[in-house]
Every structure is written in C-alpha cells, then in structure tokens.
Ligand binder design. Structure first.
Ligand code: C2E
Ligand code: MG
Ligand code: MG
Ligand code: MG
Length: 277
C-alpha cells in the first residue's frame, strides 16, 4: 500500500511538472505577440507620505490578460520576457507609456507626483539604458526628478561592470530604489555597491512586523541604518492600520500597500489625486 501511495505521489508531481512546462510554453508563445501588439497594460499603486498622508508618487506595474491564458502574473511573464530577450522592448514601451501618463497627470494639475518603474537586473547591464531613459523623458517633456527606478539587490551580482549607471542616474537627478530590500543574499553588499536614494523594505518583513519581535527589531534597524546613510525608506505591502502605526513610530517615510490602495488604472489615480486622501 505504501508503494501505491508513493507511486501516486510521484505521478502527481510528474503531472504538475508537465503542467508547468506546458504553461510556460504557452506563455512564451503568446508573449512575443503581446509585447508587439501592446496587449500588456499598466496599473499604478499610490505611495503615501506616512507623516502627511499625502500621495507623493505611484509605482507602475505591468498586467497581461490573454484571452486563452487569462491573467498572467507579472512574476511569471517578466521572468520569461527576460529569458527570451523581450524585456528591453517591453521596458521601452513601459517607459514611454509612463511618460505619456505623467504628461496627462501634469495637464490635470498633478505635477508633483513621481512614477516608479521596475527595471530588470539584466536590463540595468545594458549600456543603452540611461540614454533610453533620458531620451524618453526629454521627448515627452517630463522632468528627470519625476521618474524613479526600482532595481533589486541581485542587480549588484549581474551588474558589477556597469555600476556607473547608478552614478550617471544620480547626476541626472533620476532616483533609484532598491526593491524587495532585505531578501537578497547580500543586502549590506548591495548598499555598499549600489548608489541609490531609496530602500523599499520587502513585504515579507511588513507581513510579520506585528507578530514577530525579531522582525520588528530588524525593520527598525533597517530604517535607522537607511536614514544614517541618507536614504528614504518605503515599506511595501502595508495592509493594516496597526502595521502603519508601528511603521510611523519607527519613522518610516513612505508607505505602499492595499491599506491605501491596490494598483489601479491611470484614470482612477487621477480621481484619487483629485479627492483629498
Ligand atoms: P514589486 O516590484 O515588489 O511590486 C510589488 C508587488 O506587491 C505588486 O505585485 C503589488 O501589486 C503587490 N502589492 C502591493 N501592495 C500589496 C499588499 O498590501 N498586499 C499584497 N498581497 N500585495 C501587494 P505585482 O503587480 O503582482 O508584481 C509582482 C512583481 O512583478 C513586482 O514586484 C515586480 O518585481 C514584477 N513586475 C511587475 N511589473 C513589472 C514591470 O513592469 N517590469 C519589471 N521588470 N518587473 C515588474
Ligand atoms: Mg517594485
Ligand atoms: Mg517590491
Ligand atoms: Mg516584492
């Protein structure tokens, strides 16, 4: 009987594996077309100044709905886009769309907010990235300090040769944030090598901040250390008032999470900005 069970388990895992491989194949097949035909859209999640309660910016996040595949998570399609050479054209389109959107918000009178765009580690390697960004901002008439880039700590590993991109961006006044901070293998090393402006403390820390004493100490220390190094601190994935209150006490600067708003359409952002928050 034990043998049967083992066999069943094996076939369960095997079919799960086949399903995953099949899904990946499907995503790959359709992704190229999706990028070419602009089937990928952007949603925006507000970032709130914790002290004043004001929206100071938004993060642009990609969404893909495919008629047969349904909603595909960006965690899946971004990884595949990186692997099959689509991340550059996709990010180029994202930057253009974000700039067009910022121009619309400007025309509506909301010119104070910044927009954050996620940049894949490998793309940061690309020699042309900084000029792509500056040309796009210039063409669309967007001030350099209104764009923020989010990169993960793994950028340090893949990117040792091109760490000068951080300096060039800083000189231009384009802010860079370390995303998912604290989850990489060498958070201290990333602080040493990446010349950034903002640390985004990963949601996994915020999830446990009320229930785990150690996590609370770690987050408090990250905030203090970050401030001592001259960074602004964003907490991502805030879902409750209690979490917000604690982060306020720990002097976290900026909050992002479902407590304030899920990622929404650009139109909805205009509405939120128009009404006092
Ligand atoms: P990320 O950059 O760390 O983005 C934050 C993720 O957390 C988003 O998931 C957001 O919807 C989610 N989130 C925010 N607040 C909360 C909350 O309070 N509770 C919960 N449960 N989730 C929250 P999303 O949009 O699914 O994106 C996942 C990841 O995919 C992103 O993580 C980013 O790494 C990647 N990604 C998304 N769009 C892009 C893109 O345009 N380019 C690149 N390179 N990566 C992207
Ligand atoms: Mg991000
Ligand atoms: Mg993040
Ligand atoms: Mg994350």
């Amino acid at each position: 009987e034990a043998k049967d069970l083992g066999k069943n388990r094996y076939s369960f895992y095997e079919s799960e594996f086949t399903e995953k491989a099949e899904y990946r194949f499907q995503v790959e097949q359709h992704l190229r077309e999706a990028v070419e035909q602009r089937q990928i859209t952007l949603v925006y999640q507000p970032q709130i100044d914790i002290a004043s309660g004001e929206i100071i910016g938004v993060e642009a996040l990609s969404r893909w709905y495919h008629p047969q595949l349904g909603h595909v998570s960006p965690i899946d399609f971004i990884k595949i886009a990186e692997q099959i050479g689509l991340i550059k054209p996709l990010t180029e389109w994202i930057l253009q769309t974000v700039c067009d959107q910022m121009a619309v918000w400007n025309s509506e009178g909301f010119s104070d907010i910044h927009t954050a765009v996620n940049i894949s580690p490998d793309h940061f390697l690309d020699k042309g990235l900084v000029s792509l960004i500056t040309e796009t901002l210039e063409t669309k008439g967007i001030a350099f300090d209104k764009l923020e880039l989010e990169v993960t700590e793994s950028t340090v590993q893949t990117n040792a040769q091109n760490l000068s991109a951080f300096e060039r961006l800083k000189d231009l006044g384009i802010s860079v944030a370390i995303d998912d901070f604290g989850t990489g293998y060498s958070s201290f090393s990333s602080l040493k090598h990446m010349n950034v402006d903002i640390l985004k403390i990963d949601k996994s820390f915020i999830d446990d901040i009320l229930t785990d004493e150690k996590t609370q100490v770690l987050v408090g220390s990250m905030i203090k250390m970050g401030h001592n190094l001259g960074y602004k601190i964003i907490a991502e994935g805030i879902e409750s008032h209690a979490q917000l209150q604690l982060l306020q006490r720990l002097q976290c600067d900026i909050g992002q999470g479902y407590l304030f708003s899920k990622p929404v359409t650009a139109k909805e952002i205009s509405t939120i900005l128009g009404s006092s928050y």
